[in-house]
Design a protein around this ligand. Structure first.
Ligand SMILES: Cc1cc2nc3c(=O)[nH]c(=O)nc-3n(C[C@H](O)[C@H](O)[C@H](O)COP(=O)(O)OP(=O)(O)OC[C@H]3O[C@@H](n4cnc5c(N)ncnc54)[C@H](O)[C@@H]3O)c2cc1C
Length: 541
């Protein structure tokens, strides 16, 4: 029972979390004319959660964009790719059912919704995660939203606030949910007001006929909860997730009887750099690793035996780096490569995309993105720019105090790689170059890659290096749900009135990805599971 002094709220449906999953659920509930209350721990300027910061790449199958580009995709092909890449065994009932639903119904739940609220995509569909030793995407499926994830959230929010039933939506910000409860008048949650809002510390209780958990994942906060689920997490670990992705709601759901699965599986990135402008503890930016760069370890040895190549297999890249001294790495390139290939996975840094500037985008493709490199140099101590290999090594060693970069090793690695390039395209034997040659068969990749560009090339100077740490991003596991987004208990039975969506639910079924993602399945997973949760919690089947 709540305390007499509690703030009390009541709605038809209470949603915990105003990220993409929570907002997608709310949209369905307004369609059903329900009173909706979203309890959100963050401040109004962060409405939309991580999606607002995201790159905005969405995995969809059989879209008009793919058809127009002549890409023959199908639910069967996508399903085969997904099961194989995720290594999801037959015994994983709910994850597999969610994969089937995603690929069979991505048009209905994801594409039609985004298209209907005015989200447009770039005409060139992207092709990440082709796989290293396990085949990934057979065809391009990563649709980049025009305006990035920021643009997606802009349209989602516009749609909600202009909905004919928008007066039935209420959002309480600065409210931290700590427990799930069941009372005489329904299911709900209780908690306290955050320190950065008026009435800080006051307690609250919110109840409804149904409760949807859409509170995100476990890969953020101060990283301490994540470390309890990731036994061999590296000492150097950057945070690319949410300041409130700290497991509080997962633990509350567990105490309430929910089954949590696959929390030991996460999706981290290999090329994180620290930022001097942190918005979360240990904040890092995730570089989209330039493919033409040489990837070396803390001492300057090329990472191998199979070299790391960006855009191939995120899981493999991370595992490879975890085996290296200090579990971090450097990517070494030159200015010409950097301005051509450098990108940051996030709306804040992809300004031409985010601002929907066609001119900016074309200029970037033609002349390179100089501004991004300059900005990263200002914002991070992990960026090194130098006029020679000697100077580069000296500048790295002046900053890196634990591991010494060996000039001879780095020089040797660069010389060997450059010699491969010098032999010419006809004689390519280097695995990185082979992969790149394969990537170049697709126009969407070719236009964003340098080719046969040596590293130590005075015409392409200065040299550029990034010191890269593993960056935590997404929880692949979470609260187990059935195909109606109902939360299941440990015996597999639905807990009456309780639903989960988005990252909180492992993007569906408590872990729709298995061990790898085809990419873009996170935003897509939030939309489909959020809309399904809203539908069912509102009473529709
Ligand atoms: C920089 C970046 C780039 C990305 N790029 C892509 C991409 O291109 N494609 C892709 O598919 N995915 C991408 N992602 C991942 C994707 O953005 C997230 O997986 C997705 O947005 C998660 O949405 P969510 O609604 O489940 O959770 P969140 O966005 O985390 O929202 C959860 C909400 O719940 C609130 N909350 C948490 N705890 C509590 C509590 N105790 N009480 C009350 N409220 C609480 C939080 O404040 C937050 O607002 C990216 C992520 C980042 C950070």
């Amino acid at each position: 029972m709540g305390d007499a002094k509690d703030r009390r709220y009541r709605a038809d449906v209470v949603i915990v979390g105003a990220g993409l999953a929570g907002l997608a659920a709310a949209s369905e509930l307004l369609d059903q004319n329900k009173n909706v209350l979203i309890i959100e721990r963050d401040l109004p300027e962060h409405l939309g959660g991580l999606a607002k910061l995201s790159f905005g790449g969405v995995c969809m199958v059989g879209t008009p964009y793919q058809k127009k580009a002549g890409i023959a995709d199908s639910a069967e092909l996508a399903m085969t790719d997904w099961f194989r890449y995720g290594e999801i065994p037959e015994s994983e009932h709910w994850p597999r059912r969610w994969v089937e639903k995603y690929v069979n119904e991505s048009d209905r739940w994801i594409y039609s919704y985004l298209n209907g609220i005015g989200v447009k995509f770039l005409p060139v569909v992207n092709w990440p995660e082709r796989g290293m030793f396990v085949r990934g995407n057979s065809v391009p499926r990563w649709h980049i939203a025009w305006g990035t994830g920021y643009g997606i959230i802009e349209q989602v929010v516009k749609h909600l606030f202009s909905h004919q039933n928008s007066n039935k939506l209420r959002i309480e910000y600065g409210h931290r949910v700590e427990e799930l409860i069941r009372e005489a008048d329904g299911i709900g949650c209780r908690g306290a007001l955050e320190k950065d809002v008026p009435d800080a510390g006051a307690s609250f209780v919110a109840t409804g006929d149904a409760l949807i958990i859409a509170a995100g994942g476990i890969c953020g906060g101060d990283l301490s909860y994540l470390r309890t689920k990731w036994s061999d997490a590296p000492k150097r670990l950057l945070n690319g997730s949410h300041r409130y992705a700290d497991g509080t709601v997962h633990e509350a759901a567990l105490r309430f009887g929910a089954n949590l699965t696959h929390l030991e599986k996460q999706w981290h990135y290999a090329a994180g750099i620290a930022t001097k402008e942190p918005i979360v503890p240990h904040h890092g930016l995730s570089l989209v690793p330039p493919r033409s760069a040489l990837w070396v370890n803390a001492h300057g040895d090329r990472i191998g035996p199979h070299p790391n190549v960006g855009y191939t297999d995120t899981h493999y890249l991370v595992q490879n780096i975890l085996k290296e001294p200090g579990s971090f790495s450097y990517q070494v390139m030159n200015y010409k490569i950097a301005i051509k290939e450098l990108a940051v996975s996030g709306s804040e840094h992809m300004t031409a995309f985010r601002n929907k500037s066609k001119l900016g985008l074309i200029k970037g493709l033609l002349f390179g993105n100089r501004a991004l490199l300059e900005r990263l140099k200002r914002e991070s101590d992990d960026v090194f720019i130098a006029g020679s290999i000697d100077e580069l090594v000296a500048s790295i060693n002046a900053v890196e105090k634990e591991y010494t970069m060996d000039k001879a090793k780095l020089t040797g690695a660069i010389r060997q790689f450059d010699a491969e390039i010098e032999r010419g395209e006809k004689y390519i034997g280097d695995e990185q170059l082979r992969r790149m040659l394969n990537h170049r068969t697709y126009r969407g990749d070719r236009m964003r890659m340098s080719w046969m560009q040596k590293i130590d090339d005075a015409k392409a100077y200065p040299l550029v290096a990034f010191r890269e740490s593993i960056l935590s991003r997404k929880s692949l596991g979470g609260i187990q749900t059935d195909l109606q987004s109902r939360v299941l208990d440990k015996s597999g039975e639905p807990i009456p009135g309780l639903y989960a969506a988005g990252e909180a639910a492992g993007y569906g079924g408590g872990g729709i990805h298995g061990m790898r993602s085809l990419e873009g399945t996170f935003l897509g997973g939030c939309i489909i599971t959020g809309r399904v949760a809203g539908n069912t919690a509102g009473g529709r089947q």
